[in-house]
Design a protein around this ligand. Structure first.
Ligand SMILES: Cc1cc2nc3c(=O)[nH]c(=O)nc-3n(C[C@H](O)[C@H](O)[C@H](O)COP(=O)(O)OP(=O)(O)OC[C@H]3O[C@@H](n4cnc5c(N)ncnc54)[C@H](O)[C@@H]3O)c2cc1C
Length: 355
C-alpha cells in the first residue's frame, strides 16, 4: 500500500503519516462550502481545509463518522475480522491451496516469504478498536485444525511463528452472516446544495482500489462542479495500465532483473537480489546506491537487511520504527532475533536526525 502513497507523492500529493483527523466541520458559520479539519500530529494540534472530504478510513469508518463527523444517523457498516497464522513451510512448491472446512467456510494455505506457509482466514463479526486486533486462541486452533484436515504434517498452536488479524468494513446489506456480506465497494455521497461534499467508501478490495478511486473521482467532479458553480473536468482515466513505483518491468521479468542486478552487483547473493527485486523492483538501484561491496551497504541487522535498505525506507517510504521496517514494509520480522530487532531500533533512532 505504501507504493500508492509514494506514487501519489511523486505526482504532487502531500502525504501526512501518523496524522489523525480528530475534528471535521463544514464551514466556519458563514461559508459551508469548505471543510475545516482539526488534526493531531503525534500529539501536536494542526488544522487544514478541504473542498471535499473522503471518509476512506476502512475499519475506522464508523468511529470516524460518529466521533469525528458527529453523524447521528446509523452508519450502514459492518466490521468483519479475519485472522491468519504463519508456520514453517508445509509444502515445497509455489502454488496455494483452498480448503473447504467442516463448517462450510473456506481456508487457504499459501507459500509465504519462501520458508513459511500462511494459513487464513477466519471470518468473524467484530466490535471494538480495529487498531488492537489480534487472532484469538480459538481462531488459531481453528486454522491449525483446518490445515490438519488436509496436510500430512500436523500443526499445533505451538508451531505458529507469527499470527496477525485484520478488520474490514463492509457495507451492511442486512445479511445475517459475515461471509455472506458483499465485498464489493459502495460509495455514498453526502451532497447538500452549496455545502462541501462528503464521500464515504464502504468495503473494497486491494484488487479493485484503482477502479474504486476512479469512480470516486467521477462522483466528486460532478458534485464539485455544482458547489463551485462552474464546469470542471477530470482528465481521462489513466490508472488501468500504469505501474507502481519500481514496477516498470514485465510481470514475468523478475528473474531477468535479478540476473541483471547480480551482474552489476556480484556481491549480492541470489536470495538477497531476489528479495530486493520483489520488494523494490527497479527502485532497488536507489536502495543500493553506489555500493560496490556488501560492506558499502552499512551494518547488517540479520536476514540480509542492511543499513542502506533501512535508510531508503526511512527517507522514501516514511518508515519511523523498527516495526515499520520489519512488518509493515517487509516481513523480515520473521527472520530477526529480539537482539537484532533491538539493534535495528537503535540504528533507526540514531539515523532520524540524519534523514
Ligand atoms: C483479513 C482480511 C483479508 C483481506 N484479504 C484481501 C485479499 O485477499 N484481497 C484483496 O484484494 N483485499 C483483501 N482485503 C481487503 C483489503 O485489505 C482492504 O480492502 C484494504 O486494505 C482497504 O484499504 P483502505 O485504504 O480502504 O483501508 P485501510 O487500509 O484500513 O486504511 C484506512 C486508513 O485510515 C486511517 N485512519 C483511520 N482513522 C483515521 C483518522 N481519524 N484520521 C486519519 N486517518 C485515519 C487508518 O490509519 C488507515 O491507514 C482483506 C481484508 C482483511 C481484513
Amino acid at each position: 500500500m505504501v507504493l500508492n502513497a509514494l506514487d501519489a507523492a511523486e505526482r504532487g500529493a502531500v502525504i501526512r503519516t501518523r496524522t489523525r483527523c480528530i475534528g471535521a466541520e463544514r464551514g466556519d458559520g458563514v461559508r459551508r462550502d469548505i471543510w475545516r479539519l482539526v488534526l493531531d500530529v503525534r500529539g501536536r494540534r494542526d488544522t487544514a481545509t478541504a473542498r471535499v472530504l473522503v471518509n476512506a478510513t476502512g475499519p475506522w469508518l464508523k468511529l470516524f463518522a460518529t466521533n469525528v463527523l458527529r453523524e447521528t444517523a446509523p452508519v450502514p457498516a459492518r466490521l468483519d475480522k479475519g485472522s491468519h497464522i504463519v508456520v514453517r513451510r508445509l509444502f515445497e512448491h509455489d502454488r496455494g491451496y483452498i480448503f473447504q472446512t467442516r463448517d462450510a467456510r473456506v481456508v487457504f494455505a499459501l507459500p509465504f516469504e519462501h520458508d513459511f506457509t500462511l494459513i487464513g482466514t477466519t471470518d468473524q463479526g467484530f466490535a471494538g478498536d480495529p487498531g488492537n486486533v489480534k487472532p484469538s486462541a480459538d481462531e488459531i486452533v481453528y486454522l491449525c485444525d483446518a490445515a490438519n484436515q488436509y496436510f500430512r504434517a500436523s500443526i499445533a498452536p505451538a508451531d505458529v511463528v507469527w499470527s496477525f488479524a485484520g478488520v474490514r468494513s463492509l457495507y451492511d446489506d442486512g445479511s445475517r452472516k459475515a461471509q455472506d456480506v458483499s465485498r464489493d465497494y459502495v460509495l455514498k455521497l453526502d451532497e447538500r446544495a452549496g455545502e462541501a461534499p462528503l464521500l464515504t467508501v464502504y468495503g473494497g478490495k486491494i484488487t479493485t482500489y484503482r477502479r474504486l478511486a476512479e469512480h470516486a473521482i467521477d462522483r466528486l467532479v460532478q458534485v464539485l462542479a455544482q458547489v463551485l458553480a462552474h464546469a470542471i473536468k477530470a482528465g481521462p482515466a489513466w490508472t488501468r495500465d500504469s505501474h507502481l513505483p519500481g514496477g516498470e518491468f514485465p510481470v514475468d521479468g523478475v528473474e531477468a532483473l535479478v540476473a541483471k542486478t547480480r551482474k552489476s552487483r556480484p556481491f549480492l547473493t541470489i536470495e538477497h537480489a531476489r528479495r530486493l527485486v520483489r520488494a523494490y523492483g527497479t527502485r532497488l538501484e536507489r536502495v543500493l546506491g553506489p555500493a560496490r561491496r556488501l560492506e558499502d551497504l552499512g551494518p547488517c541487522f540479520g536476514g540480509d537487511l542492511t543499513g542502506a535498505e533501512v535508510r531508503y525506507l526511512m527517507e522514501r517510504e516514511w518508515a519511523q520504527t523498527a516495526d515499520d521496517v520489519l512488518w509493515r514494509r517487509s516481513k523480515l520480522g520473521l527472520r530477526l532475533s529480539a537482539e537484532e530487532r533491538g539493534r535495528l531500533a537503535r540504528f533507526m533512532t540514531a539515523t532520524v536526525g540524519a534523514c
